[in-house]
Write a protein that binds this ligand. Sequence first.
Ligand code: OOG
Ligand code: MG
Length: 263
Amino acid sequence: MGNLTKPEIEQLAEHLENAELQCMEVIKITDDFPQMDYEDAFDIQWEIRRRKVDRGTNIVGMKMGLTSWAKMKQMGVEKPCYGFLADYFSVPDGGEIKHEALIHPKIEAELAFVTNRTLKGPGVNIADVLRATDFVMPAVEVIDSRYKDFKFDLKSVIADNSSSTRFFTGGRMASAASLDLKNIGVVMEINGEVVETGAGAAVLGHPAASVAMLANMLGERDEELPAGSFVMIGAITAAVAVNKGDSFIVRYQDLGTISGKFT
Ligand code: OOG
Ligand code: MG
């Protein structure tokens, strides 16, 4: 329904986007706008997206968040959310990120689906997603909530583009049919030590269910997932905070590795 006015949506979008661009933490916005509802939260996210597109930024993909129990438990939030990926978020395999350019980054082991058909909800299911999948590949997301101490509620995090900030792609691509997507194992190492392990089914029971949920959530706004979309399914394990100087490598069963460094 929406309880905020258009000027309030615009003001909050500017506030949160400035926090991102200026690497400044803020308090969760529901503290000052307790009447904010889910539609308002998504309106703010879409207004941030519009601001970036207006400035010439390309949107290169979408991400789901809070799709595994590990993440929901870690963040105290019990429903998934989505966000958009902008062109400057993308980092290649083996790349470096300047730690001081971010507030308090954490890394997440994810998988990405690249589609070759339109998916539009409602009613999109796992089979629809598998039929529309060109290939699957590894991804590592870097999240950086703009909220102080990574403390938020679901509405505040949705408005903040679901903490999106950077993502690595790499490893090897494979067809969905060639992979055992539920059993696919991931091992995350930081500075040579194993810090998290998980399997694909941690994400909503099946990685493709996350892409289906995204199409269905977008459908609620009469938006669709166009052919050629790059979609990250959400962290398979809990997110891990990284410090300046840390190197990571995530090993994916049958899909190679992704590595990177925070300098
Ligand atoms: C919200 C974003 C979560 C994921 O993969 O679960 C997310 C957050 O935890 O800050 O990207
Ligand atoms: Mg994520």
